[in-house]
Design a binder for this molecule. Structure first.
Ligand code: 5GP
Length: 189
């Protein structure tokens, strides 16, 4: 999406060479017009049959909610826990966090992921692919179908997307970064 790429160029801040900060328009302060345009683009990419949108707390929630509103379906988010002490029957996966450099047990209450669900996963970033793998594992444990994943920003050079596409998962990224360093950002395509 050209509008997203232009905004990343204008307002994105590169930290330590590998982390892109987008807090001024996506992650902390949210540009709602851009968010709506991204949700509409998602519906264009995956037009039919989606029953739920799944993301992981916390930075995926605003995007996933906007997408879910576009389809008129529920948004579900996986919670992050350092220990496994959550109540009720849970679907869980162990996920390494790129930004916090630690493992989390992520979980979703079993009653929110059902066998007849066709789930679209939505997240803000795709880097090494661990968050996405964990969310796919949760869908599989619940017996739900994964229609694919939509990502606001994929850092393609980190390889997570390549791995998962090779396994047959459909991933659509609204902005795909080919390379990023102190000299700037190069988008794919
Ligand atoms: P992965 O699991 O694919 O390595 O990383 C994806 C998760 O890490 C996303 O849910 C996102 O919250 C976070 N993340 C990865 N790279 C970045 C980045 O460059 N900037 C920000 N703000 N978050 C990132």
């Amino acid at each position: 999406m050209k509008a997203l790429e232009e905004r990343i160029r204008k307002d994105g801040i590169i930290l330590n060479g590998d982390v892109l900060k987008v807090g001024s328009f996506l992650n902390q302060q949210v540009d709602t017009a851009l968010l709506k345009a991204m949700a509409e683009e998602t519906k264009r990419l995956f037009p039919d049959g989606i029953t739920k949108i799944l993301t992981i707390e916390s930075s995926g929630i605003s995007f996933a909610t906007a997408v879910a509103m576009e389809y008129g379906v529920p948004m579900v988010f996986a919670k992050k826990h350092k220990s496994a002490n959550v109540s009720g029957e849970q679907l869980t996966a162990r996920v390494y966090s790129f930004t916090h450099n630690e493992f989390n047990n992520i979980s979703v209450s079993k009653e929110y992921i059902l066998e007849n669900d066709n789930i679209l996963i939505a997240d803000d970033f795709l880097a090494n692919g661990n968050a996405l793998k964990g969310l796919i594992e949760i869908c599989e444990k619940g017996g739900a179908k994964v229609a694919g994943a939509v990502i606001e920003i994929e850092k393609a050079y980190q390889g997570g997307g390549t791995d998962l596409r090779a396994k047959g998962i459909r991933i659509e990224s609204l902005a795909k970064i080919e390379s990023m360093n102190e000299n700037g950002i190069v988008f794919e395509g």
